[in-house]
Write a protein that binds this ligand. Structure first.
Ligand code: DX5
Ligand code: ZN
Length: 216
């Protein structure tokens, strides 16, 4: 089980010292949300930010593409060899092709689903995914309320992976904090993206609280 801090709600003016704190907290990977103002009503970072982070830290990058046309941008991110790139099922017209392309570069290929997209819709795509990201808020902003019924999808994904011996990691993203992380863990999610809960306080202390919850 892994906590994956999302830097969307970090204060970017202090990012390098925050990244050092995450390293100190034994975090292995951060979550980088790329938003285009079209697929979601917010604009965040672009590929050059992924490059800058790679120069600054040894933390791996889990890149979450919330863009209308992932095919257009994916090459620019593959260049910097993040740990993984996750595309939205709702945004990709040929998701098998794109997932294969990401994998062919030695980068983990993830498929994300919005709260309004059913598990059944992505049943085929998850066969080849290295990661399935279940959005537990509507994508676009940090600090939103966790949508609990999404855990049903997490449980189904876990069951499907057991039955078929699929190898994907299940990641939850949105509204994960000290009150909701245990339910995600119980539903068998493997990776917990946590944004505002970590960066609205002292990252080291907040991560310690989450780790304690997970070991309860
Ligand atoms: C939301 C992003 C998330 C966001 C999570 O669309 O995909 O990664 O940063 O932030 P919190 O943890 O505050 O919900
Ligand atoms: Zn995200």
């Amino acid at each position: 089980m892994k906590i994956v801090p999302s830097i969307l709600n970090a204060n970017l003016l202090y990012l390098s010292s925050d990244l050092a704190k995450l390293e100190e907290a034994d975090i292995e990977m951060i979550h980088v949300d790329i938003m285009d103002g079209s697929f979601v009503p917010n604009i965040s970072f672009g590929p050059s930010f992924v490059e800058k982070i790679a120069e600054e830290t040894t933390l791996k990058q889990d890149v979450h593409l919330m863009v209308q046309d992932p095919d257009q941008i994916v090459d620019d991110i593959l260049e910097f060899q993040p740990e993984g790139i996750t595309i939205h099922y709702e945004a990709s017209s040929h998701c098998f092709q794109l997932l294969d392309k990401i994998k062919s570069h030695g980068v983990k290929a993830g498929i994300a689903i919005n709260p309004g997209t059913s598990y059944e819709t992505v049943e085929a795509a998850i066969m080849i995914a290295d990661r399935v990201l279940v959005m537990t808020v509507n994508p676009g902003f940090g600090g939103q309320k966790f949508i609990k019924p999404m855990l049903h999808k997490v449980r189904k994904l876990d069951l499907t992976r057991q039955i078929n011996q699929y190898a994907y990691q299940i990641e939850v993203d949105g509204g994960v904090n000290d009150e909701t992380i245990l339910a995600c863990c119980d539903a068998q999610a493997d990776e917990f993206v946590v944004g505002s809960y970590i960066f609205n306080g002292d990252p080291l202390a907040q991560i310690e609280t989450l780790n304690k919850k997970l070991s309860e």
